[in-house]
Write a protein that binds this ligand. Structure first.
Ligand code: ACO
Length: 435
């Protein structure tokens, strides 16, 4: 065994006394992993880990999270540095291509994305098929999945050029699709992208602009939206990214895979949490009622949880929540709501929870969703659009992981977890007249 190869772990079956050696694998940083991929073949045993709390499903070089320390790195760079110094598209380049772009690469990349912002005109018919009161995430799932019916020249997953084209198309078209979902719900005309604007400004223009008037978003909005997009761009193997990987593992086309990621993101335990934070703050209503809700959050017989608190991976303050807290103040000030009661309530709730033994013991801290809803609401987004914005941002993470999986060495293996069967053992069939 070389110096760098860790000793294997030993698994012992106490009944038979048999032992198996399981290789230990090391990444570049972070905890080591016991490789159980050959365990069933060798021993006839499966591992059991619902929710994958202790299971790595792939190798990945895109994002690293140290949940204990509250550190998030994209390709080695701290999220705080990226959020402070980069545009969203620079972060997209970093996630997709592994490096921050130089000035020339940045400009070329922006041009490539800009080139794909429009939607096939026929796709606008899709919107008209939805009810006006459809949840925009329902529209997103449908329209993004339908991209595969329009962009046939980017669905061959074995062609690297087609894969790149699909990735660029998805990143570029997602704001257009999202803004149109919003416009449809409020009965306003769709706004076509204006490529003289930046990615983020264009998105705000397509969402809040109307053909009858000039529109320039307030600088605080552009800056906050840019940060929101960066902070949500990727988060390693979260539920929606794992869904995209699982869908892609069968060889499905990229548009179908991203549509499945959007479906997974929709749930309140994932992307829907910032919407839930805002509803919770409104329900609490006044600082005097905070203790009542803290008590409810701790009561195991009450399904209520403190939304925007806790995280599967972070057992410390989510670094993204810190960045967003300062932008919440800026946006509120820019819309003349410096003393916004919901913000004051959120700050107080955070303070009280962080001093409570229940939250301390379980290492429950504010997550990225705790402040993002307040910012988005102040900008004028309806709550139903919050998760849509998350999807716009996360698209780059999804496609980066999808492409990493497809282009990895070796054959693509379909994701196929096992189960611990707890149903009836085999029994004799009972004819209908004897049941
Ligand atoms: N309020 C009250 N108690 C909580 C909360 C919360 N927000 N979060 C976790 N706990 C408690 C659990 O009841 C459990 O207590 P127990 O050990 O006494 O049974 C313990 O903390 C551990 O919680 P788990 O549910 O095992 O943690 P898990 O990793 O499965 O869940 C999750 C993480 C889903 C994010 C959870 O913390 C939660 O529901 N939070 C609120 C929803 C939310 O904010 N989601 C956004 C996540 S971030 C994102 O998707 C971008």
């Amino acid at each position: 065994m070389t110096k760098n190869t860790p000793a294997p772990a030993l698994l012992k079956d106490p009944n038979s006394g048999k032992e198996w050696e399981l290789p230990i694998r090391s990444g570049s940083v972070g905890p080591q992993a016991v490789d159980v991929s050959k365990l069933y073949g060798q021993s006839g045993l499966f591992t059991y880990d619902p929710g994958f709390t202790s299971t790595a499903a792939c190798d990945s070089g895109i994002t690293y999270i140290d949940g204990e320390e509250g550190i998030l790195l994209h390709r080695g760079y701290r999220i705080e540095d990226l959020a402070q110094n980069c545009s969203f598209l620079e972060v997209c380049h970093l996630l997709l291509h592994g490096a921050l772009p130089n000035a020339q690469e940045k400009s070329a990349f922006e041009d490539s994305i800009r080139y794909h912002t429009m939607l096939h005109e026929q796709m606008l018919m899709f919107y008209r098929g939805f009810r006006r009161d459809s949840h925009p995430m329902a529209i997103m799932v449908g329209v993004v999945g339908a991209l595969s019916a329009f962009y046939h020249d980017s669905t061959d997953i074995n062609d690297p050029e087609q894969r790149l084209l699909a990735q660029y198309r998805l990143i570029a078209k997602m704001p257009t699709i999202a803004a149109m979902a919003y416009k449809y719900s409020v009965g306003q005309p769709f706004m076509y992208p204006q490529n003289s604007r930046s990615f983020t400004e264009n998105f705000l223009y397509m969402t809040f602009g109307v053909p009858a008037e000039e529109y320039a978003p307030p600088p605080a909005f552009v800056s906050a939206m840019e940060r929101i997009l960066i902070l949500h761009a990727d988060h390693e193997q979260n539920a929606s990214t794992s869904t995209v990987r699982t869908a892609g593992s069968s060889g499905a086309n990229p548009f179908a895979c991203i549509s499945s990621g959007i479906a997974s993101l929709w749930g309140p335990a994932h992307g829907g949490a910032n919407e839930a934070v805002l509803s919770m703050l409104r329900e609490i209503g006044h600082p005097d009622r905070i203790p009542e809700f803290i008590t409810r959050a701790k009561d195991k017989n009450d399904p209520f949880r403190l939304m925007g608190f806790g995280h599967r991976v972070y057992k410390n303050y989510d670094p993204r929540a810190k960045v967003l807290q300062s932008h919440a103040h800026e946006v509120l000030e820019s819309v003349g709501r410096k003393d916004e009661p919901l913000m004051a309530l959120a700050l107080q709730l955070e303070q009280i929870a962080l001093q409570d033994e229940y939250f301390i013991e379980r290492k429950l801290f504010p997550n990225v969703d705790f402040y993002s809803g307040i910012i988005l609401e102040a900008m004028g987004f309806p709550t139903s659009m919050f998760t849509v914005l998350f999807a716009v941002a996360r698209t780059v993470g999804w496609v980066a992981h999808w492409n990493e999986m497809i282009s990895a060495e070796g054959a693509l293996r379909i994701t196929r977890p096992r189960q611990l069967y707890t149903g009836e053992p085999e029994r004799p069939f009972v004819p209908l007249d004897e049941r």
